[in-house]
Design a binder for this molecule. Structure first.
Ligand SMILES: [Zn+2]
Length: 68
């Protein structure tokens, strides 16, 4: 998770009602989610969840899922 630079106009927070609060935190890696200061913990949790999911799924798992 990274802090969005002040001069950058941040995207909207994922957890606040749509288009009300600008995000100040950005999830790291390819996770395209953002959060305001208040929802920092939510973004952290979300980041962790995504990483866990990805960590547990091997290539074979993905293929199994595709067949189902
Ligand atoms: Zn928020």
């Amino acid at each position: 998770m990274k802090k969005i630079k002040e001069q950058e106009i941040g995207p909207w927070c994922k957890w606040c009602p749509e288009k009300t609060v600008r995000a100040v935190w950005r999830a790291s890696g390819h996770i395209g989610e953002h959060a305001c200061e208040e929802h920092r913990e939510d973004l952290l949790t979300y980041e962790r969840q995504v990483r866990n999911t990805e960590g547990h799924l091997s290539e074979a798992d993905y293929q199994t899922w595709m067949r189902v």
